[in-house]
Design a protein around this ligand. Structure first.
Ligand code: RIB
Ligand code: CA
Length: 331
């Protein structure tokens, strides 16, 4: 039985790779994609999601536009990282049509009241906070909530202590984490502690192109800008692909390990957006998050390649050698 998911995202280069992974997996059914402002304005994210679905020949999947700005803070995009088109300045052909009669919250509410479905949140949590305000029962029906966001001990990527998704809309993240605490449930926090270890390197990208020129070429097209950004700002040869790890973790939870903890999101001042992980239980509060802090990097890339290149299991041995050479070398 396929597990049903809604992908809430801000495509976005790494969001796009995560969407491609989900669409390539035979274990999940993507019921719909909801767009939130984040890396790109929500209208641009909507257009980019269409481009990815067209590339994957899956324009049957509905896309719904959500929040155009954070709950309280001024909207700050991340186009400096994702390019002026939000997709690595690949400037892919726009996809015509595709009008959707529902908002993201209406779609989330309708779907979650009808069937068991998980939500993979790859952007700021504004849509989920809006859903909570509009239809708490639907929110509470979410089967598994995975969020790419936050960090435990890793330094931030848009301030010394904050990761972008939770920094861009800290009120939304705080509301969602507080609600999970009230429910006594766990949000799966796939933060920078683990995603920073997932670096798509030039060699791994070249392997992808060797193994499948057409698919590899598309990935190069949308990640080139990201490679340049990482060299310019973090002097990394390669690019950290955050969202694909959150998707991979949902597909195979064994890829990451962590611990349960109470987590609170700071909304103001210098530490705006920081995910305060109470790993030593100072506040004596019940855990509301499963915080991931260990990752099987090789296992991730094997799944990444297997899904995106439709690798047959028996071909994986050669691939495993290529990945081991690269990843073990990367350490
Ligand atoms: O901080 C990384 C996260 O912010 C990723 O989800 C990226 O796509 C951006 O949304
Ligand atoms: Ca994202």
């Amino acid at each position: 039985m396929k597990r049903k998911i809604i992908i809430d995202c801000d495509p976005g280069i790494d969001d796009s790779l995560a969407i491609m992974m989900a669409l390539s997996s035979k274990d999940v059914e993507v019921v719909g994609i909801t767009i939130v402002c984040g890396n790109a304005p929500v209208t641009m994210g909507f257009e980019n999601a269409k481009k990815v679905l067209k590339h994957m020949n899956r324009l049957d999947i509905p896309i719904y536009m959500g929040a155009a700005k954070p709950l309280k803070k001024e909207y700050v995009n991340a186009l400096d990282t994702h390019g002026s088109d939000g997709l690595g300045e690949s400037f892919l052909e726009p996809v015509e049509g595709f009008y959707q009669p529902l908002t993201a919250v209406e779609f989330l509410s309708q779907t979650l009241n009808k069937e068991s479905c998980s939500v993979i949140a790859l952007g700021p949590l504004t849509n989920l906070a809006d859903l909570l305000a509009a239809d708490e029962k639907a929110f509470n029906n979410i089967e598994m909530l995975v969020s790419m966001g936050g960090s435990y001990k890793a330094h931030g990527n848009c301030s010394p202590v904050a990761e972008y998704n939770y920094w861009e809309d800290p009120e939304a993240a705080a509301i969602v984490y507080q609600h999970m605490a009230k429910l006594g449930r766990l949000i799966h926090m796939v933060g920078l502690d683990v995603t920073r270890k997932i670096v798509l390197t030039p060699s791994l990208l070249s392997y992808m192109e060797r193994l499948d020129p057409e698919k590899g070429e598309f990935i190069r097209k949308i990640t080139k800008f990201y490679f340049d950004f990482h060299w310019q700002w973090e002097h990394i040869i390669g690019c950290v692909i955050n969202d694909p790890l959150a998707m991979a973790y949902f597909l195979n939870p064994k890829l990451c390990h962590g611990f349960n903890s109470y987590v609170q999101i700071e909304t103001e001042s210098l530490s705006r957006g920081q995910s305060i992980v109470d790993a030593y239980d100072f506040y004596r509060k019940k855990a509301n998050a499963h915080v991931l802090n260990e990752v099987d990097v090789r296992g991730f890339f094997e799944l990444f390649f297997e899904l995106l290149l439709h690798m047959e299991k028996d071909k994986l041995t050669e691939l495993e050698k290529l990945i081991a050479q690269e990843v073990d070398h990367e350490g």
